[in-house]
Design a protein around this ligand. Structure first.
Ligand SMILES: [Zn+2]
Length: 286
């Protein structure tokens, strides 16, 4: 009896142990698998997105070419697309310029991309350009915009705050439509006064006030200011930076370079009467 009892008890204990172990194995064996599956599942769901973003960023960084020599950025300066004086470029000529850029493989930059070029000394491609218009004339919308859209080119318009909606100047609706198609609206101050003739307080108001206005109006970070009539002084450079602009453009001729000072970048004036070839030489810096 005793023997049988002991045998049964040992058997029972063994049975208990084995079932315990199998349960333990089960949990141990199962949970990690579940974890692993979950982990893999998460990886499958989230990592490709992260990887994609990383690849995209890396791709962007890789496609931007780091330069040893200081980069030069051609910033083209247009005003009105019409005819009548030395600041007005006829539509047919403007169209030929844009076609030249497209045919010659130029990439047009946004203010943000332009800042990246100059501040990090990298190129987004071999050929790149920033197209700008001063004053925000209506013909920028009626004549230039259809051509820019046709060729898929970006451009920047320096708008005078108080001119919005005034005769011969862009309206709110026109600016909104253009922004939706790659056009940037940046500051040409509030009143288009020659900054070097103003007091520090007035300059500050023109620079800071217009930046705040354009920031709010377009829910953007306004990065650039174009000094009216290209006039500025030492105080302007300091105040423009303090106002929060990343770059400011003048009317001094030539390609923009960082060494000019980010608050006093040069531009290439596009005058009427240029053939596409002469235009090309200006852009290329020949
Ligand atoms: Zn102007």
């Amino acid at each position: 009896m005793k023997r049988t009892c002991t045998f049964m008890m040992v058997g029972f204990v063994l049975l208990l142990m084995s079932s315990c172990m199998s349960a333990k194995q089960g949990t141990e064996g199962h949970q990690p698998v579940e974890k692993e599956e979950k982990g893999q599942g998460q990886e499958k769901e989230t990592n490709p997105v992260q990887q994609k973003e990383e690849t995209k960023n890396e791709g962007d960084d890789e496609s931007w070419i780091q330069q040893k020599e200081p980069v030069e950025l051609p910033i083209l300066m247009y005003h009105s697309i019409s005819s009548g004086n030395s600041l007005r470029v006829p539509k047919s000529e403007f169209a030929a310029h844009m076609k030249w850029l497209k045919d010659n493989g130029y990439v047009t930059l946004s203010p943000e991309e332009s800042y990246r070029v100059l501040s990090t000394n990298t190129k987004p491609s071999e050929k790149y350009v920033l197209i700008t218009f001063d004053d925000g004339y209506t013909d920028n919308y009626t004549k230039a915009f259809p051509i820019l859209k046709k060729y898929g080119l970006k451009a920047t318009i320096f708008m005078i705050e108080q001119s919005i909606g005034r005769p011969h100047h862009l309206t709110d609706e026109q600016m909104d439509e253009m922004i939706a198609h790659g056009i940037s609206i940046e500051s040409h101050t509030i009143h288009h006064l020659e900054l070097n003739r103003l007091s520090t307080e007035q300059q500050e108001e023109e620079l800071k006030g217009s930046k705040q206005f354009f920031d709010q109006r377009f829910s953007q970070r306004t990065r650039m200011v174009s000094y009216p009539v290209g006039r500025y002084n030492e105080a302007t450079l300091k105040l423009a930076k303090e106002a929060g602009y990343q770059m400011a453009v003048t009317t001094e001729p030539g390609h923009a370079k960082k060494e000019q000072g980010m608050m006093s970048l040069h531009r290439i004036r596009i005058s009427p009467g240029l053939s596409p070839e002469s235009f090309g030489k200006l852009v290329e810096g020949n």
